[in-house]
Design a binder for this molecule. Structure first.
Ligand code: NOJ
Length: 550
């Protein structure tokens, strides 16, 4: 084996684990997860032979916040919300994580603050306040008509009239989340100061929230209308998003950290941003390192769609950029439920796991998905997220994917000694870490095996992605190929999207790195070490395999 991992920037060979701090581990019995809780569970993630083996954690926001949007409404960028602990707890978490080789990626919300942030309180205090132009203020069209028709992502108008001055302020999400004015250099400097603050505290990177929202057309033109079901999509977001300022801001940010080239920026952009999310790589080396592409996440479990979307998103990434691979996060129903519709959710989630760790890119694991944790079944009175409440019961919303991490079958699944802030998911007695830890057939064991396999393989970590065009259409096939000098490592991956046995045969006209090999991993009962031949091989229902080609 010729190892080149060390030559890659750390984030290209990393597996990143998203922790939703509310739900990972409570240490003080208040029913809400916290930083000491996360620190106490680090061995689960890395550092012992039985750990999952991830390389970095992305912490959803832990800043002081009134929690209208569960931390995405920041009140102070340089402190920790008391629900989660203190800066000292954060420092302890960082040093304990680093000791185990786990990096820390902070969530950073650049587009908006909380309406309780001192900047906004000052800004709204008078038309002549020194911070008035830190946010967007405009006069209404008439007494009670907002400046234009812009719609907020979470429903309703994007403008709210403020009693104190009679003007309207802009908020692209909730009214409690006023948008920052990115044309103001003072705003930029303040937020770059925040980046510096956390880098000096030892963080290794940032997940940047809603980056295509930075900057607006401040002539305030109406967005063009179009037909759609949901109000937000009844207009083309031509003037309230996707402005050139977003790219300028990201270029400036990247330049700002050039003395720390190890820092990673992973950005979240809307799928329908012009040019696709990949536009935020810039040239490949001047904007973001990684940009989420949610098209696969939104896709049904359908082989043609996956074949097309995998190729499109892989090819969209310019040289120098690197794709993240993500199927679940805190904003969506968990993929075991989404992809599982109309089929066997567990078997499909196992096949999806194989894709997650064998596609080209950095796998992002959303806490609990490695256990096969399902969406919570919540009643109206359980809900906490305003967006979920607004659209319930028409839309499942976000709370079902945010239920506590089940650690064992003891009281409250080992998450808290108190009453959990959201109910435990229904199957926590079987779907929990203690239950799955020593079961070779569990989802957790599969995730561990896949992570190990990826780490040992240059092809799976750094190789190119090459689709393999062969039938039947129910199976998605591709190769990952890594070449260094005269040496090559090649893997064939095959995933059966159907619940029937499929016989595959790859025509000799299809360029393959090798036509024989050995199965190194299967999502099914043990097939490892089985000989494999491209001429003809069988795939079990929903099965995924990785073959080392010779
Ligand atoms: C995207 C975040 O992932 C989501 O949770 C949040 O509500 C919005 N951005 C607004 O910050």
């Amino acid at each position: 084996m010729f190892l080149i991992h060390s030559e890659l920037p750390w984030w290209q060979s990393a597996v990143i684990y998203q922790i939703y701090p509310w739900s990972f581990q409570d240490s003080n019995g208040d029913g809400i997860g916290d930083l000491p809780g996360i620190t106490s569970r680090l061995d689960y993630l890395k550092g012992t032979p039985d750990s999952l083996g991830i390389d970095a954690i992305w912490l959803s926001p832990i800043y002081p916040s009134p929690m209208h949007d569960f931390g995405y409404d920041v009140m102070d960028y340089c402190d920790i919300d008391p629900r989660f602990g203190t800066l000292a707890d954060f420092d302890r978490l960082t040093s304990e994580a680093h000791r185990r080789g786990i990096r820390i990626v902070m969530d950073l919300v650049l587009n908006h603050t909380s309406d309780q942030h001192p900047w906004f309180l000052e800004s709204r205090s008078s038309r002549t306040s020194a911070k008035r132009d830190w946010y967007y203020w405009a006069d209404g069209k008439s007494a009670h008509r907002p400046p234009n028709n812009w719609a907020a992502r979470f429903g309703g108008s994007a403008w709210t009239q403020d009693r104190q001055t009679g003007q309207y302020y802009l908020h692209s999400f909730l009214r409690e989340q006023p948008d920052l004015n990115w044309t103001n250099p003072a705003v930029r400097d303040a937020l770059f100061g925040v980046v510096r603050f956390w880098l000096e505290r030892g963080v290794d990177g940032f997940r940047l929230d809603a980056i295509n929202w930075l900057g607006k057309d401040t002539n305030w033109p109406n967005n063009p209308r179009r037909l759609a079901w949901r109000s937000y999509y009844r207009q083309v977001h031509r003037y309230d998003r996707d402005q050139p300022q977003a790219h300028e801001a990201l270029r400036a940010l990247r330049a700002f950290v050039k003395d720390r080239p190890e820092t990673v920026f992973v950005g979240e952009a809307s799928s329908d941003t012009p040019g696709g999310p990949a536009a935020f790589y810039g040239t490949g080396s001047d904007e973001l390192h990684e940009v989420f592409d949610f098209r696969l996440l939104r896709s049904p479990w359908q082989p043609d769609a996956f074949r097309r979307l995998i190729l499109e998103s892989d090819r969209a990434v310019p040289l120098g950029g690197w794709p993240p691979v993500v199927f679940s996060n805190h904003d969506q129903s968990r993929h075991i439920d989404r992809y599982g519709k109309g089929g066997d959710p567990v078997r499909r989630a196992r096949a999806a796991a194989l894709l997650l760790f064998t596609l080209r890119g950095t796998p992002f694991v959303y806490y609990g998905e490695e256990l096969g944790l399902r969406d919570g079944t919540l009643g109206r009175s359980d809900l906490r997220d305003p967006y979920t409440i607004r659209y319930w019961p028409w839309k499942k919303g976000r709370d079902p994917a945010r239920t506590p991490m089940p650690w064992d079958a003891e009281l409250q699944a080992g998450f808290t000694t108190g009453k959990p802030w959201l109910p435990l998911s229904r199957d926590w007695r079987e779907t929990n870490v203690a239950h799955e830890q020593w079961d070779a057939g569990s989802m957790l064991s599969l995730y561990k095996r896949l992570i190990r396999l990826k780490k040992e393989s240059n092809a799976l970590t750094a190789g190119t992605y090459q689709p393999v065009d062969a039938g039947p259409k129910e199976c998605v096939l591709y190769q990952r190929i890594f070449q260094a000098g005269s040496r090559t490592e090649a893997m064939l991956i095959a995933v059966n999207f159907s619940s029937q046995v499929q016989t595959v045969s790859i025509p000799t006209t299809v360029p393959m790195h090798g036509r024989v090999g050995t199965v190194t991993l299967s999502t099914d009962a043990k097939r490892e070490t089985e000989r494999w031949n491209a001429e003809r091989f069988q795939m079990g229902p929903d099965e995924g395999i990785v073959v080392r080609l010779e």
